[in-house]
Design a protein. Sequence first.
Length: 300
Amino acid sequence: MENNIFRKVQQVLFIILIANLIVAALKIIIGMIIKSASMTADGFHSLSDGSSNIVGLIGIYLASKPKDKDHPYGHNKFETLSGLFISAMLFFVGGKVILSSLYRFQNPVIPNINTSSLIVLLFTLVINVFVSVTEYKKGKELNSSILVSDSMHTRSDIYVSIGVLITLIGVKLGLPPVIDPIASLVVSGFIIHAAYEIYKENSDILVDRSAVDTEEIRNLVMSFEKVKDTHNIRSRGSQNDLYIDMHLLVDPDLSVEKSHELVHDIEEAIKIKINKSSQIIAHLEPYKDVNFDGSLKISE
């Protein structure tokens, strides 16, 4: 990822951090005032959004460091590690909300709901929608896994807030207080689900899961006339740090200069049609025909 992109990601994360802290403070304060476990839980979920922004800022700072002798591939995976750390934080928060909900089942409290608290919740909901949509769009635009992961986290917060809003209205209409800890359990479900999604996306990068469809690469490579065949196509990394390697079978009489031009053209085509950050390693092999007796012969 280029330094100017890192700076843009940092700017987005900082703005989102301020928004999340405002939302979290409002929800927690109002939740405590009206004694609503679900709103308070939602506030801590929003607070974890802010914490994830801080982790993201640290991760982006480390990832933006240039390549060096000990890190010839760069420091991009610090961004991925930040995503995993955010996932762990969310698992912890989800477990804490579950424990709080179980306590409320044994010690129920009727929330003191008023119009002001509902207005505050609606206001924070609007902010969350804006934050989630903006962060996701910027994440896709900048190919930033940390922004996309964080927007998924915030998106779950939207559904949680809607659930809390429905719960508070239900209590105000006369439903039993037990609906509040039940809603908190639903909140924890969203938090844990978001944690799993973030974990899965970032762990796939660390364990080098295939990043691009092999057939898509093969079809593009085989469109070059000088390529007779290709195999052992592999890909790994993220959208901002993608590595593709393959074996290319070409005419054995093709010169080194022409082979180099071919590989360069293939790399440019992959960057244009698949991913602009692609880095290609191609192993050239002489193309071989099969005789009728099953033996191999080098094409002439």
